[in-house]
Write a protein that binds this ligand. Sequence first.
Ligand code: ADP
Ligand code: MG
Length: 335
Amino acid sequence: MFSDEIAIDLGTANTLVYNKSQGLLYNAPSYVAQNTENKKIVALGSQAKEMVGRTNPLIMTSRPLLDGVISEYECVLPMMKEVLRRTSPPLKRKLTISVPNGVSDIEMRAVVDLGYQLGYRKLEIVDEPLMAALGEGLDINQSYGRMIVDIGAGTTDIAVISLGSIVVGESIKIASDDFDDAIIKMIQDKYRLKIGKLTAERIKMIYAEKIKGLMEHCQESDDSFIEVSGLHIIKGIPGIIEVELREIRECICPLENMLIEAIQGVLSRTKPELLSDIMEEGILITGGGSLIPHVAKQIEIACELPVRQSDFPLDSVGKGLELKIKGYPVKPKYA
Ligand code: ADP
Ligand code: MG
């Protein structure tokens, strides 16, 4: 028997869909490609993401979520209708959607509308940091303070959790996509080379992999570089350059510091009892942004607290949602 209870982690970068009986049904980039004239869906997920910057006038691609909230409602609705048509049964009883902690009333309204427009009779909206903590195996309903930092693509959610809710929290609009933007700016300013967003993301991922390798071998730095191709903005012709790891490190550093400041701000507003719990267990960091290995290290040094990195940072919220629809009691933000 199919279970008709569905949960969606509608992330800026990745969308995950779960149901009660089968678990993960869908996990793909939050992109859609549509025909510009009749608005029919041409591609979804990775296929649509690969079309970005490569379309003809008959096709438009969109990434309809910005900073963790719906920015293009007219694209997110057909995208999610199609995702659910492909993955889940037509019986539509109950839907759970997670949202960043800091959503405004208007942003929340858009998610509620989306839920009902998708045709579900019952809708629950839950906090993403709570789901991330649950997905990481923490018993969020305990009377015990835990700090979770979810560095997504568009937002970083910082939350102290106890007794099933967020006691102190902050959502900031600085996250892993901003690392991409910083790389684009650095390469343009320094080398006069224009690169696209997907290229910048690829550079960031290669960088993360190389740094991880260095850290595993306890090396501070090496002289390796990443080859980057783009458009030379003065000559107006294609160009190839070599960027040192240090240069990428330097352009990410100011953003890392802003994340640290926000975490310190939340810690400074946390009651001493909860703080002593956090000192015991440390801070848990998750989300795709935590895949830049030195981010955890820098937080650890600056906050003087142990930091644990998730083993599955792209799935923690999804895993939490799965546990929720399987019956783990969660206080919804909207029901
Ligand atoms: P969201 O929940 O906002 O959709 P995710 O937690 O799924 O975001 O993280 C997506 C972000 O993580 C993107 O900015 C992506 O570039 C980055 N990311 C994904 N994989 C890696 C990787 N292997 N190394 C570095 N960054 C990564
Ligand atoms: Mg997320």
